[in-house]
Design a protein around this ligand. Structure first.
Ligand code: SF4
Length: 217
């Protein structure tokens, strides 16, 4: 069955870098393939290649590192049907499970125990038209909505989306970060304070711990 195997780019332990779980030890299961092409994507290495593994093998390797947190990331994990049962199996094994997803893929069938960290793509990504707005109906207080901003226009887009779609009513976890090297975090902080916007400004932690272009960390 197509759920029985997955194409995996890498499985490794590191620290979670971009959510309210940031800084905690976490095992990353990075799947291969993405159907978007964000202008600032920093995981283009995961678009192609990878290794086909049985789901049982992926589960075993994800559990073997022993971290309490396990995150599915990519690429876009939800392109592979095996990711849904894998996440349920990880939850059943007692892990706290996160999934980073683009906001284009349908999240309605994700196990409710999983914390969804879902992007809303701003215009600077070049993929804003792909936001699947119906996904917001499946975002709850345990989930997180993430904006990656390249310029002032992206910031104003985020501000409008937060207000017009009343996002704080769905989740208190609204995350805002900047495209590394394009928009200064200090500038974002000033805008957020000026507008009293209820977002959590965050850094892409791994880019400060390791070299910005480092992979597998
Ligand atoms: S959705 Fe994520 S993996 Fe896909 S192109 Fe955009 S940033 Fe890269």
């Amino acid at each position: 069955m197509k759920e029985d195997s997955l194409v995996i780019h890498e499985i490794y332990a590191s620290i979670q870098g971009e959510s309210t779980f940031a800084g905690l030890p976490c095992t990353f299961v990075r799947t291969t393939g993405c159907n978007l092409r964000c202008s600032w994507c920093d995981t283009t290495q995961a678009f192609y290649g990878g290794t086909r593994m049985t789901r049982a093998e992926v589960l075993e390797r994800a559990l073997a590192t022993g971290t309490e947190l396990v995150e599915l990331t990519g690429g876009e994990p939800l392109l592979q049907p095996g990711v849904l049962p894998l996440m349920t199996e990880l939850c059943n094994a007692g892990r706290t499970v996160l999934i980073e997803t683009s906001g284009e893929a349908d999240v309605s069938r994700v196990d409710r125990r999983v914390h969804k960290i879902m992007d809303l793509k701003a215009p600077g990504s070049g993929e804003s038209a792909r936001n699947r707005w119906s996904n917001l109906d499946h975002i709850g207080a345990g989930d997180e909505l993430k904006f990656v901003l390249a310029n002032r226009g992206d910031y104003e887009w985020m501000r409008d989306v937060i207000r017009s779609r009343d996002l704080p009513r769905r989740t208190p976890h609204l995350l805002a970060s900047t495209v590394f090297g394009k928009l200064a975090t200090k500038q974002l902080v000033e805008w957020v304070l000026a507008d009293k916007l209820p977002v959590r400004v965050q850094l892409q932690m791994h880019k400060y711990v390791w070299a910005p272009e480092a992979q597998g960390v």
